[in-house]
Design a protein around this ligand. Structure first.
Ligand code: NAD
Length: 477
């Protein structure tokens, strides 16, 4: 990155840097202060990016897949090579402490490489004396990728890798809250690809809707909230664009009475509060069997009290701030509502006055209809809920519009697996949480999503099937 001015951020369009007349301020959530300006693409910039991606599409589609894979691997190596500098920038804009920032950059590089280990199959549905029918999976064209602020780089990689490997070209938009690391990565890796194959633009709130309505896109791959996902789906309907929606969740973890409380408490804690609880698949409702409720609550309360929170750039802070002011205000409103409703809050350490910090907070056995139970907090507020009956807790866990992931914890893996089968979610973990792999689909049930990312099924979402009926020479004669 030595070749790029550190304080200037640019769009990448058609293989080149593009500056914009307008900019958007980017704040460090640990201080609330603006520390950089990001370019703000307008409709004309978007048109230029889509046009460049359209021009690049036929050549990239016809590039041998081995060469496409090699380009992605080269890009991954470049990202890895700059991981320290990218992580520092990441922490400044996203808020996560440096080790976690570093892990996300490395994870993005790993994920890009892992995607190249997948192969797009040609399915043969008939192969007889008279004919062979082949189903090819061909690229769609120009893909629109839209990414949120909680895992800005990893989730961008989840789109860049499969979209480009499948032979599409891409216009990617990071969140206006966390655009900088993604813009830097685009500068860093764009020369791995022919001009126009990878475009990264960012802008204000108006840019997302302009993108989803743009007729030049064949597909929208969107990660973000369920509310925005609905708007994306409506907008895509006009041109029947293909869509993948990875949306919100309100994940339940069910803790059976036979767990070793001391052994699992730390994992449950991290599963809820990782990235300051700004994880789509974080545990957001913790159902604890009555027999161990008090013991586990008290152990979690200890962990909450002893966990340091602060500026992610300073060593020793395990969790950082809420990423942006709007989200901070939503979480504070949820806490105010819980207090006003007379719920019992068990708070962690005091947090810095400046910046968007919220103390880690447990809510002691609130009613099922409390806002803090029903809504996706997307912040460090975890309701602990008591249960005694398995059928009842499964019903309560499933009683939500969301269906992203869930977890069951028990000494009896067989019993836990039986419960896992009864949860209406796209993923269930047993005695673990927050796991994902490049080879396993992440697919939300109900209003947590539409389609899937990762694994071969995720890769194939960037293609369409094309069936070719080939006569055998004898039959053709
Ligand atoms: P968001 O929906 O507000 O924004 C996501 C992205 O969409 C941003 O880039 C934003 O600029 C853009 N956008 C906003 N309005 C748009 C519109 N009308 N049309 C098109 N694009 C628009 O979400 P967020 O607050 O950035 O992220 C948090 C949410 O994302 C949480 O609900 C979380 O659960 C979810 N999430 C889901 C997954 C998953 O894989 N399922 C992963 C991470 C985050």
């Amino acid at each position: 990155m030595a070749t790029h001015a550190r304080d200037r951020f640019v769009l990448t369009v058609d293989g080149r840097s593009v500056e914009t007349a307008k900019t958007i301020p980017v704040r460090n959530p640990a201080t609330g202060e603006v520390f950089a300006e990001a370019p703000a693409a307008d409709a004309a910039d978007l048109d230029r990016a889509v046009a460049a991606a359209s021009r690049a599409f036929p050549g990239w589609r016809d590039t041998p897949v081995a060469d496409r894979k090699a380009a992605i691997i080269k890009a991954a190596d470049l990202i890895d090579g700059e991981a320290d500098a990218l992580a520092a920038l990441f922490t400044r804009e996203q808020g996560r402490p440096l080790p976690g920032a570093r892990a996300e950059i490395a994870g993005a590089a790993m994920w890009l490489k892992a995607t190249t280990m997948l192969d797009i199959p040609v399915d043969v549905t008939e192969d007889t004396a008279t004919r062979r029918i082949e189903v090819h999976h061909v690229p769609l064209g120009v893909v629109c990728g839209i990414v949120p602020w909680n895992f800005p780089v990893l989730l961008a990689a989840w789109k860049i890798g499969p979209a480009l490997m499948a032979g599409n070209t891409l216009v990617l938009k990071p969140s206006p809250y966390t655009p900088l690391t993604t813009l830097r990565i685009a500068e860093l890796i764009r020369d791995c690809f022919p001009a126009g194959v990878l475009n990264v633009i960012c802008g204000g709130d108006e840019l997302g809707p302009l993108m989803t309505a743009h007729p030049g896109f064949a597909k929208i791959s969107f990660t973000g909230s369920t509310a925005t996902g609905r708007r994306v789906m409506e907008s895509a309907a006009r041109d029947l664009k293909r869509i993948t929606l990875e949306l919100g969740g309100n994940d339940a973890a069910i803790i059976l009475p036979d767990v070793d409380v001391d052994a699992v408490a730390e994992q449950l804690f991290e599963g809820a509060f990782h990235n300051t609880a700004q994880v789509c698949v974080a545990t957001k409702r913790l159902y604890i069997h009555a027999d161990i409720y008090d013991k586990l609550r008290d152990r979690l309360h200890e962990l909450v009290r002893e966990t340091p929170i602060g500026d992610g750039a300073q060593q020793g802070n395990r969790y950082g701030p809420i990423q942006n002011e709007a989200q901070y205000r939503r979480v504070i409103a949820l806490l105010d509502d819980a207090r006003a409703s007379g719920l019992t809050l068990l708070e962690g350490q005091a947090v810095p006055e400046r910046g968007y910090f919220v103390p880690l907070t447990l809510v002691d056995n609130p009613p099922d209809d409390a806002r803090v139970v029903v809504e996706e907090a997307f912040g460090p507020v975890l309701p602990l809920l008591k249960f005694t009956d398995i059928d009842d807790v499964v019903t309560r866990a499933n009683d939500t519009e969301y269906g992203l992931a869930g977890a069951v914890w028990s000494g009896d893996v067989e019993q836990a697996t039986a419960i896992a089968h009864r949860l209406d979610t796209g993923t269930v973990w047993i005695n673990q949480n927050l796991q994902s792999t490049p080879f396993t689909p992440l697919a939300g049930a109900k209003q947590s999503g539409f389609g899937q990312e990762n694994g071969l099924p995720g890769l194939l979402e960037f293609t369409r099937p094309k069936s070719i009926y080939i006569p055998k020479s004898a039959a053709a004669a």
